[in-house]
Design a protein around this ligand. Structure first.
Ligand code: SAM
Length: 276
């Protein structure tokens, strides 16, 4: 049964406010599962919907936790648990991904902190940025993310300095992960069709220092607090005194009148190292 008929038969009207644009493009589903590379891993799926990705992820994965906010979707996902021969590998959490107990998810999917897990999701676009911000904070446990988002949001993740899209998310993501755009999809790949184009990105972990990553997220947050102001003014606004701010910038070899968006990741790493 196609998704439209399935929704009709269940008497479900897609909820626009929850970003419910269901993936109906079979070849896109196949590509996403293939690049997700979840074989043998614990997987967090964000916004499982009617289970288009879930039903395929549970085959190779060791365990899948799917978080979904909409009770109607949960009812459908529950049938997958019973009907799929891999259903016992699926755990469902009825919650808002921004409020869910992440410590519990991490413990479950890392099998008691013995390995890292992977994240997959056709994200609800209205909260793409807060979801990504939340995930990046848990970098220590996440080895790969495969995320479908609005194309414009994908450009923010891989943005380079001196562009309006460049910010905390770009810097932290690129410091920790190799980012690749793997698939561009037009609205026709979804039902109902969204107003925007979509992109699937993969983020695969490379060598990095987890402690620096944690501090990088905090310090870039301070530096980008007021985008239009100089880096020095942002440091002062965060409560640093003038002498300490100047010293810090000098030690990191960063001009005080530079703006946050002009600095490269290497510049921020020097700042993190200078800021003891
Ligand atoms: N994975 C399905 C697919 O690819 O067809 C559905 C993707 S749809 C773009 C996004 C899903 O996220 C919807 O099922 C929606 O109900 C769910 N969702 C929206 N807001 C959410 C939230 N705050 N927490 C968890 N799930 C959410």
């Amino acid at each position: 049964m196609n998704i439209k008929d399935k929704l009709n038969s269940l008497n479900i009207v897609p909820n626009k406010a929850l970003g419910q644009n269901f993936l109906v493009d079979e070849s896109a589903i196949e590509s996403i599962i293939s690049v997700s590379d979840v074989g043998g891993y614990g997987v967090l799926e964000i916004g499982a919907g009617l289970g288009a990705l879930t039903s395929e992820l549970i085959k190779p994965a060791q365990k899948v936790i799917a978080v979904e906010i909409d009770k109607n979707m949960l009812d459908v996902l529950n049938t997958l648990k019973v009907e799929s021969e891999h259903g016992e590998k699926l755990s469902l959490i009825h919650d808002d991904i921004l409020k869910v107990d992440f410590d519990y998810i991490i413990k479950e999917l890392t099998f008691g902190y013995t390995q890292q897990f992977k994240v997959v999701g056709n994200l609800p676009y209205y909260i793409t940025t807060p979801i990504c911000q939340k995930l990046i904070k848990h970098h220590a446990h996440i080895s790969q993310l495969t995320l479908m988002m609005q194309t414009e949001a994908a450009t923010r993740v891989s943005a380079k300095p001196n562009s309006a899209q460049y910010g905390v998310l770009s810097i932290a993501s690129q410091y920790i992960y190799d980012i690749e755009s793997v698939l561009d999809l037009s609205p026709q790949s979804f039902y109902p069709q969204p107003d925007v184009h979509s992109t699937v990105i993969t983020m695969k972990k490379h060598d990095y220092d987890p402690e620096i990553a944690d501090r990088l997220i905090k310090i870039t947050g301070i530096c980008f607090a007021m985008r239009r102001k100089t880096i020095q003014n942002n440091l002062l606004a965060s409560g640093l005194d003038r002498v300490k701010a100047s010293e810090l910038l000098e030690n990191a070899n960063i001009p005080p009148n530079a703006r946050a968006e002009a600095l490269k990741i290497e510049d921020y790493i020097r700042l993190v190292k200078a800021w003891k």
